[in-house]
Design a protein around this ligand. Structure first.
Ligand code: C2E
Ligand code: CA
Ligand code: CA
Length: 552
């Protein structure tokens, strides 16, 4: 369209007629501000006037409410007045608004996402820092002690759902997604006006509290835990969840958004490690622990490369006749500066590191290689057990792999046994049962480790092709002192018998324990009393001096 120098319509083209939904005969010769009084003072109004006054072209984009449209207007002044080119940019605007929304929000739950979370946290920290700085500048009479300014704290709560993966695995992703939406809904309802919540990962959420008073973080963590533990109804299923919460507070736990988030994450991790369904506040020791873990992880890489891992072997004895029934291979790390480390010093770091499969494979190969070496030395080798992690057990092709390794080293599969824990089995019972079946077909037996320390749901036992039940150390330890312990062990032995399983008691440390176990009909035992875990060479001596039990 063109406007004359009196702001009257001089020309309106067809497109403009369509955009304005007005015919040109309607507009020709009339003043634009009369026809569109609502434009007065708008961005268009200012732009047109600027263009006219400066003699140079001007552009603006603005929303025009009566037509519900975004227009881009480019005004070109000339001697006759102003020519304006309009373009409807509503569609582009909408798309970019949508893009902006999705850049900041999580598709599934509609909560803010990690990107936005970091932005909000950075802003909250900057504001709090500014407030604190102002409080410090406040002039105090000379000689008067400045009272520590009660800076408004910023609190980050990192929430990770406990066992969410199990829901996903058991009921499928659709149910998992719905559950996440319900969790998000519940979290949103917990929010006070100045609080903020985001979903920052699969089952990870972050709350940010501004102006937090002392103790508020802990109370809010309690609220989150209570909120999440109320049952959820999804598709006719009643689902129970837990959560682990890590708290990081500004300024104690860091002064940037990234540090605070990392430290809240670390604290959450500590809450999980301490047994889940609780919260932990980040403090410096925790940071130190974190650094140590990172160092350990780096060292583990070197350990693999430099061949610092070794296996020790702990003998297992047949109780009725005192013959050597087998041995358990236990992992050790000959650390260059810290000496010989037991699994407790590194296993949890290992299990969550990408090195885990490599170490698992190393153990399997090392066991086979060692058996082969002993056999070449003329020893009669009993069955050797090796410990499998949860992930290893359900690794596709595990049985084939282990059987291949055995064949490669000319070790009969009957000399191999794998130990798995209840926890390992319960994570994915079907896959675990299938894996144990495959192993059995290859002639490799299985032991249920630490029996009694975990779920102790007896129902699943019947489904598993397990040859040996290893009675947990905790039961054996109280044998002879707590009268119930004997009853429990008696029960376990009877149960194992009825299922056709053999029993092996772990952690036998006293003669009394050994005698009681033998009297109760326990098949085998392992423990410091009967032999500590020892280097391969020492176990060779034990084998050389013992009669090896056969066919149990
Ligand atoms: P576990 O499978 O229950 O192994 C038995 C643990 O009890 C061993 O600790 C052993 O040294 C200890 N022990 C044996 N007899 C006695 C006793 O009479 N009294 C006491 N108090 N303890 C006794 P270790 O070698 O430190 O291993 C700890 C855990 O590390 C093992 O527990 C096992 O879960 C894990 N582990 C060991 N080697 C491997 C491996 O190669 N792979 C995997 N995934 N895990 C392993
Ligand atoms: Ca074991
Ligand atoms: Ca055990």
């Amino acid at each position: 369209m063109s406007l004359d120098r009196e702001w009257r319509f001089a020309y309106v083209n067809q497109t403009m007629e369509r955009l304005l939904k007005r015919s040109r005969t309607d507009l020709d010769g009339r003043g634009i501000w009369e026809c569109y009084p609502d434009l007065i003072g708008s961005a268009y109004y200012r732009t047109f006037h600027e263009a006219a006054a400066s003699g140079a072209s001007r552009t603006c984009t603005a929303y025009y409410v009566p037509l519900a449209c975004w227009f881009e207007a480019r005004a070109f002044p000339d001697a006759n007045g102003l020519t304006v080119l309009f373009r409807d940019v509503s569609r582009e605007r909408q798309q970019s608004a949508q893009l902006e929304y999705h850049a900041d929000h999580d598709y599934l739950t509609g909560l803010a996402n990690r990107r936005r979370c970091t932005q909000v946290l950075a802003r909250a920290v900057a504001q709090a820092a500014e407030q604190a700085a102002q409080a410090q500048v406040a002039v105090l009479p000379a000689g008067m002690q400045a009272q520590a300014p009660q800076a408004a704290g910023v609190v980050v709560l990192f929430v990770d759902l406990d066992r969410f993966k199990e829901v996903n695995d058991a009921f499928g992703h659709a149910v998992g997604d719905t559950l996440l939406c319900k969790v998000a809904e519940r979290f949103r309802a917990l929010l006070a006006p100045s609080a903020f919540v985001a979903r920052v990962g699969g089952d990870e959420f972050v709350f940010i509290l501004r102006d937090a008073r002392p103790g508020q973080a802990e109370r809010f963590a309690g609220t989150i835990l209570a909120g999440v533990s109320q049952p959820f109804q999804v598709d006719g299923h009643t689902l129970l969840l837990g959560a682990s919460v890590g708290i990081a507070q500004w300024p104690e736990a860091g002064d940037t958004a990234d540090t605070l988030l990392n430290h809240a994450d670390a604290a959450m991790y500590a809450a999980k490690a301490a047994g889940r369904f609780q919260f932990r506040v980040f403090h410096l020791d925790l940071a130190q622990g974190l650094r140590q873990r990172l160092q350990l992880r780096a060292d583990l890489h070197a350990a693999m490369a430099d061949d610092q891992l070794v296996l020790h072997f702990q003998p297992q004895w047949s109780l009725p006749d005192g013959r050597l029934a087998g041995a358990e291979a236990l992992l050790r790390w000959q650390h260059p500066t810290r000496g010989l480390l037991p699994p407790a010093a590194f296993l949890d770091v290992l299990l969550e590191s990408p090195l885990e499969p490599a170490v698992g494979l190393w153990v399997m190969r090392a066991v086979c290689r060692q058996i082969a070496a002993w056999r070449r030395g003329g020893l009669t080798v009993p069955r050797i057990s090796l410990n499998l992690s949860a992930r290893q057990l359900v690794m596709p092709g595990l049985a084939g792999l282990l059987a291949d390794l055995a064949r490669e080293h000319e070790v009969p599969c009957g000399l191999l046994d794998v130990e798995v824990t209840e926890d390992t089995l319960m994570t994915d019972l079907d896959s675990a049962a299938a894996a144990l079946d495959e192993l059995r077909h290859c002639g490799i037996s299985a032991s249920l480790d630490d029996f009694g320390s975990g779920y102790s749901s007896l129902a699943y036992l019947t489904r598993l092709p397990v040859v040996t039940l290893k009675i947990d150390r905790s039961f054996v330890a109280v044998l002879g002192s707590a009268p119930e312990a004997l009853a429990v062990i008696r029960g376990v032995i009877a149960l194992a018998r009825s299922l056709g399983m053999r029993t092996l008691a772990e952690g036998v440390e006293t003669h009394v324990q050994q005698r009681l176990l033998a009297e109760e009909g326990c098949d085998a035992a392992q423990g410091y009393l009967l032999g500590r875990p020892m280097p391969a060479a020492d176990f060779a001596v034990v084998m050389g001096q013992s009669v090896v039990a056969r066919g149990d």
